[in-house]
Design a protein around this ligand. Structure first.
Ligand code: FAD
Length: 341
């Protein structure tokens, strides 16, 4: 049996909100372990839109998804959070003494006084298009997100889909790639009208090839894509493609979160707006995973929720201890914790 890891707080989910929770909890001397299914911190920002600019993070007029994650990682460094990546939390149970036992699919066991669920939409997986044999190309030629635009430089790229992700990436990658083909099964797009307009301008100037139809087959060897079979109303044809990016949306699966005995509201976890506590005392839910009247799924809402949750978490971990509200600008004790004194 693996060694039990004992801590003040286990945070399930290392998205932007889970990361900022480390900061708020750290100011109150609460030690955190973070667990995430993904192979790196950052949640949706790092996985779905690392290079896209965000414009509504306070005091950052523009910051990319990955840069925001990098800044958060820098900000929480003084608190030395422990990351357990590539692991899914599978079990969450209350123990006789009121604390919690958390288990991962890698067999790790945590004992903690407080659990913070910052699991976003749960475990998210891209929807795979129904193309026979596509699995053999995934991770080498077929990708469901763009982590680095450079990986697509001078490639024959085919983007499939008609939503915002498909159009945004068609516009962003077009200057970098050798050829760009956009495939959509309808002439109507769900993406922002401005993106659709820009895309058709590029089609007119020869920068993008637009094909109406559906991908029905892939050609290549050893995971290396060479071409694609496209079926349209005119019949079937072969098109060159060395990289394919299908954007068919994501399935946000609540996964094991649904089995933890918490009350749910349309697959989200209802919380109060004073402490962001769930129906189980000591289990908090912050960020996109929670629900309360007026909830907005914005990063800044999650940051606020993390600050208020911390006050309640501190009372559970150190009952009876007086909580002194302090500003980081003027408190020498907080500045010592941050290593700036
Ligand atoms: P997430 O970022 O979803 O992170 C949750 C993490 O929990 C994930 O890493 C997941 O792997 C992990 N997890 C889930 N279940 C488990 C489990 N059982 N075990 C282990 N790990 C688990 N918001 C803005 O404020 N401004 C914007 O401009 C903006 N633009 C966006 C653009 C796009 C394309 C998208 C998709 C979203 C955008 N958002 C924006 C929304 C923003 O990204 C989310 O509000 C934010 O990511 C929520 O953060 P979170 O930490 O709550 O969850």
């Amino acid at each position: 049996m693996s060694e039990i890891i004992r801590t003040d707080v286990v945070i399930i989910g290392a998205g932007p909100v889970g990361l900022f929770a480390v900061f708020e909890l750290g100011l109150y001397d609460l030690k955190c372990h973070l667990i995430d299914i993904l192979d790196r911190p950052g949640g949706q920002c790092a996985e779905l839109y690392p290079e896209k600019p965000i414009y509504d993070i306070p005091a950052w007029p523009e910051i990319s998804g990955q840069a925001l994650v990098d800044r958060l990682m820098e900000q929480i460094k003084p608190f030395s959070p422990q990351f357990h990546l590539n692991r899914m939390v599978t079990k969450l149970e209350r123990q006789a003494d009121g604390s919690f036992r958390v288990e991962t699919d890698e067999g790790e066991i945590f004992e903690t006084k407080v659990v913070v669920i910052a699991a976003g939409g749960g475990s998210f997986q891209p929807k795979r298009p129904p193309v026979p044999g596509i699995e053999a190309y995934e991770g080498t030629s077929v990708f469901y997100s763009v982590r680095r635009m450079e990986a697509f430089r001078d490639q024959d790229v085919m983007i499939v889909g008609g939503g915002d992700s498909a159009l945004d990436w068609a516009l962003n990658l077009q200057p970098v790639v050798r050829t760009l083909t956009l495939v959509h099964r309808r002439a109507e797009f769900r993406a922002a009208p401005d993106s659709v307009k820009k895309m058709f301008e590029l089609v007119d100037s020869g920068g993008i090839r637009f094909e109406l139809g559906q991908v029905t087959g892939l050609k290549g060897e050893n995971g290396s894509l060479a071409g694609v079979t496209l079926k349209s109303s005119d019949g079937e044809k072969e098109l060159p493609a060395t990289r394919m990016l299908p954007f068919f949306g994501l399935t946000m699966k609540l996964g094991p979160v649904a089995d933890w005995g918490l009350n749910l509201h349309e697959n989200l976890i209802p919380v109060d707006t004073e402490k962001f506590e769930t129906s189980e005392p000591g289990i908090f839910a912050i960020g996109d995973i929670n629900w309360y009247p007026g909830k907005l799924k914005l990063i800044l809402s999650g940051f606020h929720e993390a600050a208020l949750m911390t006050q309640a978490a501190k009372r559970i971990v150190n009952p009876g201890e007086r909580i002194v509200f302090q500003y980081t600008t003027s408190s020498t004790s907080l500045q010592k914790k941050l290593g700036v004194q």
